[in-house]
Design a protein. Structure first.
Length: 176
């Protein structure tokens, strides 16, 4: 049950983080403000973060939801839901409902009550990560505000200045 919850939370977080990554990737590349942060290897951060957050995320199954799912699958006419609501109340019906619930509980197979279908989420996650990789490789960096051109120009002038300084050092060494 915990593995299913972890996988479900991890998948949901992966989709949310992938959407956030895609928005930031497009914003960074199409505006040219921060394109260097989205190298293709950074796509790997999305599934890693989703698993880490899913592990850290405090989550417990809701007792009433589990009881309702069990009642729905076994068609027990809200026996487990009633037992979950009566378990803390001192009523005369609680022992009767508890006895019936315990008797029925021995026949419950949790895998059938709440099955985990891993195929669709796995395929969706793989396609999502593939789309992010394609975006990281092929979305061009545009420069509508001139920031990328300024940065390249500053880098080029720094390179020329460094070459000039080295040439000056070499001339000083020859003259000395």
């Amino acid at each position: 049950m915990l593995v299913r919850q972890l996988c479900s939370r991890s998948f949901a977080l992966l989709i949310v983080l992938a959407i956030l990554y895609a928005v930031l990737l497009l914003a960074g590349r199409l505006t040219g403000l921060f394109p260097e942060y989205f190298a293709p290897w950074t796509v790997a951060a999305v599934p890693v973060l989703s698993v880490l957050l899913a592990v850290v995320w405090p989550g417990r199954p809701d007792l009433k939801a589990a009881a309702s799912a069990t009642d729905g699958y076994h068609q027990t006419k809200d026996l487990f839901l009633t037992w979950s609501m009566l378990s803390g109340c001192p009523t005369e019906y609680a022992p009767l409902v508890g006895r019936d619930a315990e008797r029925t509980a021995s026949r419950i197979e949790p895998e059938k009550v709440v099955p985990y279908h891993w195929e669709h989420p796995t395929l969706t996650a793989a396609l999502t990560l593939g789309a992010l990789l394609l975006g990281a490789f092929f979305v061009p960096t545009l420069d509508p505000f001139g920031h990328v051109a300024e940065a390249k120009e500053a880098q080029e002038s720094h390179r020329v200045l460094e070459q000039t300084r080295k040439a000056t050092e070499a001339r000083k060494a020859q003259l000395a």
